[in-house]
Design a protein around this ligand. Structure first.
Ligand code: SF4
Length: 371
């Protein structure tokens, strides 16, 4: 049978404390999880649960919902109960919503004690309530909401300023014995962000939530996030990730999963190894790659499918894959595990590849390659 590709990450993981966000472990040796945030009005329970269901189906493992009003807080119990994945309430300034989120059964709360303290010093009560309920707290520092004191000290949101701010926020909980904390230090500039997380990783053992804020529209945001997360994850830094895009949250999840798969931090699923095409191509490689990708959508097995435009490099590359095609002369040579199993006319390439992929997938499932 065909063995599953073993996941071999680039670096040993930084040793962080392990937290439990509902059913999902974060930190320690827990797999790096992918999260996103709903864009619906949280008080609109139906729409929010619908979006959470879509996120869950796309592979999202933890979801965050904003809680800026009492109506939103009132919706949390139903959302927390009906969501298939752990729900984190995102709260600014208002301690009463923090207590409401904990009572509602939210798996975690994102809140900065620094801005709570400015209004009403309930940090001690929050630490006690969270601790009793087993609810961790994420402290989220970012460039836009940096403490005035630190802005004055550093002039702008430097990595040092972000880290000092985060550690100061942590200390406000630590003085009450509360340590179930994860931290983010986000910035829209990947270079500042990478430096901030590196420094933070060296100075504490809290699990880290990676994010590039305001990363931008899908194309730019995907690249910024992939570059920044890639640099950090390849050094073993990062326990949970959120890709921020000015695009539907399901897109954030797809990008996040692809980043983790690229780094072998999670089992790769379908992977299309297609050539960029060149003057030697005897087939429309882009179209063929798109059609094969569409035809194999939703395959859960770790399958590597090569789509090559010609028979010069084609067979060599196709041989490295589970399955592949090298086109030429109006025909396609179909490879399975390095052997040419048949040659088909160009019009039959896509359906033949899909058929063969299904056969391999069935065999993998029979062999328990996924267990
Ligand atoms: Fe060009 Fe052939 Fe290589 Fe594709 S496989 S890039 S067509 S040489």
């Amino acid at each position: 049978g065909l063995p599953a590709v073993p996941a071999r990450p680039l670096a040993a993981r930084r040793l962080s404390r392990r937290l439990q966000v509902g059913s999902v472990a974060v930190g320690g040796d827990a797999p790096v999880s992918v999260q996103s945030m709903t864009t619906t009005v949280t008080a609109d329970v139906g729409a929010t649960l619908q979006q959470i269901a879509e996120l869950t189906a796309s592979g999202c493992e933890i979801v965050r919902v904003a809680c800026p009003s009492q109506d939103d807080a009132d919706a949390l119990p139903v959302i927390a109960r009906k969501s298939q994945i752990p729900v984190i309430a995102d709260i600014h300034f208002q301690p009463k919503y923090v207590f409401a989120a904990i009572d509602a059964g939210c798996a975690a709360v994102r809140v900065n004690p620094g801005n709570i303290r400015q209004f009403d010093d309930k940090v001690k009560e929050i630490a006690r309530a969270a601790s009793e309920a087993g609810v961790p707290i994420r402290i989220g520092v970012n460039a836009g909401s940096l403490d005035k004191r630190l802005l004055a000290k550093y002039g702008k949101a430097t990595p040092e300023a972000l880290v000092e701010s985060a550690l100061w926020e942590c200390s406000l909980f630590e003085e009450h014995g509360f340590r179930d904390i994860k931290i983010s230090v986000k910035h829209n500039d990947p270079v500042v962000m990478i430096n901030a997380y590196r420094q933070l990783a060296a100075r504490c053992d809290y699990p880290l939530h990676l994010g590039v804020t305001e990363a931008g529209p899908a194309f730019q945001g995907t690249i910024k996030s992939a570059v920044a997360f890639g640099a950090l994850l390849s050094e073993g830094i990062g326990d949970t990730i959120r890709v921020s895009l000015s695009a539907p949250p399901v897109e954030e999840v797809k990008v996040g999963i692809q980043i983790l798969e690229s780094l072998n931090l999670r089992q790769r699923r379908l992977e299309i190894v297609s050539c960029p095409s060149c003057g030697r191509a005897q087939v429309d490689v882009y179209k063929l790659a798109d059609e094969v990708t569409a035809g194999l959508q939703g395959m859960e097995v770790p399958l590597r499918v090569a789509v090559m435009g010609c028979v010069v490099n084609g067979p060599g590359e196709a041989r490295e894959a589970d399955l592949g095609v090298a086109s030429g002369n109006g025909k396609g040579q179909i490879f399975v595990k390095g052997e040419v199993i048949k040659t088909v006319p160009e019009s039959k390439i896509v359906e033949t590849l899909i058929d063969e992929a299904m056969k391999i997938a069935e065999q993998m499932e029979d062999d328990g390659a996924l267990s």
